[in-house]
Design a binder for this molecule. Structure first.
Ligand SMILES: *Cc1c(COP(=O)(O)O)cnc(C)c1O
Length: 374
């Protein structure tokens, strides 16, 4: 078998190449290279797909998160020094957005079964200055349930979703607006369209979704120099817009979201049925499936040896993430925290190829894993 890459972006793009080229030509011929109809149409598509009234296209996923927290501060719903509960097992961008707005992250340990925030620990993490929860639907799995919703309601917290990895996922537990899709469960949600995400641009891209018109307006103004109309600046803002050419590409990608999610779920089910090695723990698959499988993450005490073994057999893997945010050099102030569950995951998680593998490649990967002996 040929070497299997972790994610082959050329292969991921190929099925949509004709549609993407037509979209690019449309933008080139339009003469409109900032804002305009492509952006508005993509925002309408994303809002409809998510089940919210407002979507705002922005420059990337980190900016989406930063704009949400900054807007909440400007609207007086959060203030500097307020605490935001965040999962200890997440990509660092989630935490960067919190600290960028002058807010204080409170790290909560992951659940060993879901690898997402352990929602049963949220209640105990709430202190007098806690005002918000940032839930991260990590690896594509919805992180929203009764325990989370109850804690948010009881303490009147603001819920923000980091939906960078989980576009199209369903929590099967309705949020306050009656919807179950990730991106519609909290006050606002951030999306990333980084090329390797389930819906990827051909460059950077992001979005904010919300049920709240004022929040949507504030995010949109902040992303455009803080202006609510031309040359009228109500905030000290930024330039964080989504390019129309990326919006046009994303309209193409978004129109295929159901087949993309189906394919990822199919590969996850294949792995689940074919991997049988007592040293390798496969991720939980719920019925109905809560995940859109941005990553398929196994746990192995001998992770580095397993990765080395697969590499020697022509199979690329990746680690999400080898160092938890509180152990990164930029967060030296949190380096003394003891978060043993998150730290153990960082040493034992291994992501298998899922974005662009065929059925036969997935079976080959599973059989190779079954031959691994530490
Ligand atoms: C990718 C990602 C981000 C950041 O998105 P960018 O578009 O790369 O800025 C934020 N949070 C999570 C969980 C991510 O996976």
């Amino acid at each position: 078998m040929n070497p299997i890459p972790f994610c082959d972006l050329r292969a991921a793009t190929a099925p949509y190449a004709d549609e993407l080229k037509a979209a690019a030509v449309r933008v080139i011929d339009s003469g409109r290279y900032i804002g305009g109809e492509e952006c508005a149409a993509f925002e309408a598509d994303l809002a409809a797909c998510t089940g919210v009234p407002y979507a705002v296209g922005v420059s990337n996923g980190l900016d989406a998160l930063r704009l949400i927290f900054k807007a909440l501060v400007l609207l007086g719903r959060l203030s500097a020094g307020d605490e935001v509960i965040v999962p200890a097992n997440t990509y660092i961008a989630s935490v960067l957005a919190v600290t960028d707005a002058g807010l204080t992250p409170v790290f909560v340990e992951p659940d060993a079964g879901t690898l997402n925030i352990d929602t049963s620990l949220i209640e105990d993490a709430v202190g007098p200055r806690t005002r918000a929860v940032l839930t991260v639907h990590l690896y594509g799995r919805a992180a929203y349930d009764a325990a989370l919703a109850d804690a948010v309601r009881r303490h009147s917290l603001i819920l923000v979703e980091d939906n960078a990895q989980a576009i199209g996922a369903d929590s099967h537990f309705a949020g306050p607006w009656g919807n179950t899709r990730t991106g519609s469960l909290g006050t606002a949600a951030a999306f990333s369209f980084y090329p390797t995400k389930n819906i990827g641009a051909l460059g950077d891209g992001g979005a904010v979704t919300t049920h709240d018109a004022r929040l949507a307006d504030t995010v949109r103004a902040l992303a455009s120099y803080g202006s609510d109309r031309r040359y009228h600046n109500i905030y000290k803002g930024y330039n964080c817009r989504l390019d129309p050419i990326q919006a046009a590409f994303l309209r193409v990608k978004l129109s295929h979201i159901d087949s993309e999610t189906r394919r990822r779920r199919h590969i996850a089910a294949l792995y689940d049925s074919a991997i049988a090695n007592p040293d390798v723990i496969t991720p939980r698959i719920d019925t109905p499936d809560l995940s859109v499988w941005h990553q398929y993450v196994v746990i192995c005490r001998h992770r580095d040896a397993l990765a080395e073994f697969l590499h020697a057999n022509g199979i690329a893997t990746d680690v999400h993430y080898a160092v938890p945010p509180h152990r990164q050099p930029c967060y030296a102030e949190y380096s003394r925290l003891s978060l043993p569950a998150a730290e153990a995951l960082a040493d034992s998680v291994l992501s298998l190829p899922i974005a662009t593998v065929s059925d036969s490649e997935a079976l080959h990967i599973a059989r190779t894993i079954n031959l691994f002996r530490p």
